[in-house]
Design a protein around this ligand. Structure first.
Ligand SMILES: [Zn+2]
Length: 541
């Protein structure tokens, strides 16, 4: 309380707008629920947990919705939607990651992008392996129906380390010849030595995998395939890219089979949980969960509780133009917000920018900094700091805790704390304004002390004391006769402060009887300027 210095007459607005970006993710999980719209997610949460919004990925800190239209239609198919997600480009329905419309060139996919960065890659699906969604990540063909060519692209061009899905169109001999270890059921898959095997083709069943609701028999669940693929890929010290598709959510949507749809979505969520468990505590991983489009025009009408299917309506046997949900956790996830386009997710997965905090210090005139400087503490070993006229940029920050401390202290002028983590749910800490409160001029009073005429009482009220201000008393000749010591100002009541200047007992300014005129001024210490004349007054002795 004794740090009180003076009357504050200056509005100093300290404004720091922090924008945070993140280093590129080392490991990327890309989950696609084929045909999984908002209502499919809602229905699955109600069935699994008795309430909507309860699937684990629905707790991801960054969420958005995305448009799905293709280059040729307002209603996309899985090929064009998969291509948009995999490459960042809109193509015509039916096209697998080639520029149609355009120059018909092959469009680089996320799988290829990350493979070029020496990462291991994998494609996992519950449809057959050469179906449109995985094909969009691992093949380039003018038509999704070129199944043999898609398989050839997998085996001889893009060569993902893991290919897990239904066996149609891909054969044991073709994969073996191409250097893959082949497994055909859960037992074989789980017997793999995931620490040493590097190229695996899981060829399960004869076409798509069966519906979860109908039972999988000896074939693996999507979550089991995901766990096996992960165990293989995570041996790579360069990281990995893994696309996992819940492919049969779409099939159940086409057939308006609610039970099957819910079971597929719940198992898809189980597969995401495998990634969540693995990534927990890591700061180098991105998990994206999204869909390619909605299927069936599903609307949930009523929640019937846990383990009961909700009451719903379907109004389509095909795909709809509805926006689809996007959920993101981890490195780069903060880019997911609002309404996005499905082509934006390529950038989300690949963006490579360091964190930074940007901001500035300004007073109310917009010109000065009030002498305030900012100091950043934390892991600043790699941090670049630029500062000019109160503008700051702290770039290349790492995960961890940082504190930005103003050189001046005071109520409402506190250090700012930042935590950079892959699970940063507090988006508010990216933008803030700190207001250095002004003191209204009409709240400054200087008057003869009513009981002691040889004293001047100076009284003012202020909520936040400005340590840069001081009170000075001048005689009528303009000579400084008193600078009020900080420690002599007392707080009398709430925000009201008071100082009594005893002219009689002031050794330096002892005066004889008579009439004296004084000026009381407030002065800004940092600029040296008098900011206000508070009062002229006479002392009669
Ligand atoms: Zn479909």
């Amino acid at each position: 309380m004794r740090k009180l210095n003076a009357i504050m007459l200056l509005t100093l607005i300290f404004c720091l707008v922090a924008q945070i970006t993140w280093s590129a993710p080392k490991n990327v999980f890309f989950f696609i629920g084929d045909g999984m719209g908002f209502e499919q997610v809602k229905a699955a949460g109600m069935y699994a947990n008795g309430e909507e919004g309860t699937l684990p990925f629905e707790a991801f800190p960054f969420q958005a919705e995305a448009t799905t239209y293709s280059a040729s239609s307002s209603v996309t198919d899985s090929a064009a939607a998969g291509t948009a997600l995999a490459t960042g480009f809109k193509v015509n329905n039916g096209v697998i990651s080639m520029a149609y419309p355009g120059d018909n060139s092959e469009l680089e996919t996320l799988l290829e992008y990350f493979k070029d960065k020496e990462k291991s890659t994998g494609l996992v699906t519950t449809t057959y392996m050469s179906h449109a969604t995985p094909a969009a990540f691992g093949a380039h063909e003018p038509s999704r129906n070129y199944y043999n060519e898609i398989v050839t692209d997998y085996l001889y061009q893009t060569r993902p380390n893991v290919l897990y899905g239904g066996a149609k169109w891909i054969s044991v001999s073709s994969a073996t010849t191409a250097g893959y270890t082949v497994v055909t059921d859960r037992v074989e898959m789980q017997a793999l030595d995931t620490e040493t095997v590097t190229m695996v083709s899981g060829q399960f069943g004869s076409s798509d995998l069966p519906y979860e609701y109908d039972g999988l028999g000896s074939l693996p669940h999507l979550s089991e395939m995901t766990a096996s693929a992960l165990a293989i890929l995570d041996n790579d010290s360069d990281g990995f890219f893994l696309m996992v598709e819940g492919g049969k959510i779409d099939h159940a949507g086409h057939s308006n089979l609610l039970e099957h749809n819910v079971y597929e979505t719940v198992e898809f969520s189980n597969a995401v949980q495998v990634a969540i468990n693995w990534a927990q505590g890591r700061s180098d991983t991105l998990i994206i969960v999204t869909a390619d489009h909605e299927t069936g025009g599903l609307t949930v009408l009523e929640n019937n509780g846990q383990r009961f299917f909700p009451t719903v309506s379907w109004d389509s046997g095909g795909h709809t133009a509805a926006n689809i949900p996007v959920y993101a956790w981890g490195v780069n996830a903060q880019q997911v917000s609002g309404v996005m386009d499905n082509t934006d997710l390529f950038e989300v997965a690949t963006a490579d920018i360091a964190y930074y905090i940007k901001g500035y210090v300004r007073d109310s005139s917009g010109a000065g900094t009030g002498g305030v400087t900012m100091t950043l503490s934390g892991d600043t070993s790699e941090t670049t700091i630029t500062e000019a006229n109160g503008s700051y940029e702290f770039s290349n920050l790492a995960f961890g805790n940082y504190t930005l401390t103003p050189s001046k202290s005071g109520q409402h002028f506190n250090p700012l704390n930042y935590t950079y983590s892959p699970l940063n749910e507090d988006k508010d800490n990216q933008n803030f304004t700190m207001l250095y409160s002004p003191m209204p001029k009409d709240r400054v009073y200087a008057y003869p002390n009513p009981t002691r005429k040889d004293k001047i009482t100076i009284r003012f009220s202020v909520f936040y004391l400005n340590p840069e201000m001081e009170i000075l008393i001048y005689n009528i000749a303009g000579e400084l006769v008193r600078k009020i010591p900080d420690e002599d100002i007392s707080k009398v009541n709430g925000p009201i402060y008071e100082y009594d200047w005893d002219t009689r007992n002031d050794a330096r300014n002892r005066v004889a009887s008579g009439i004296y005129l004084y000026l009381v001024k407030a002065k800004d210490k940092s600029t040296g300027e008098n900011t206000n004349v508070v009062k002229k007054l006479a002392i009669i002795r």
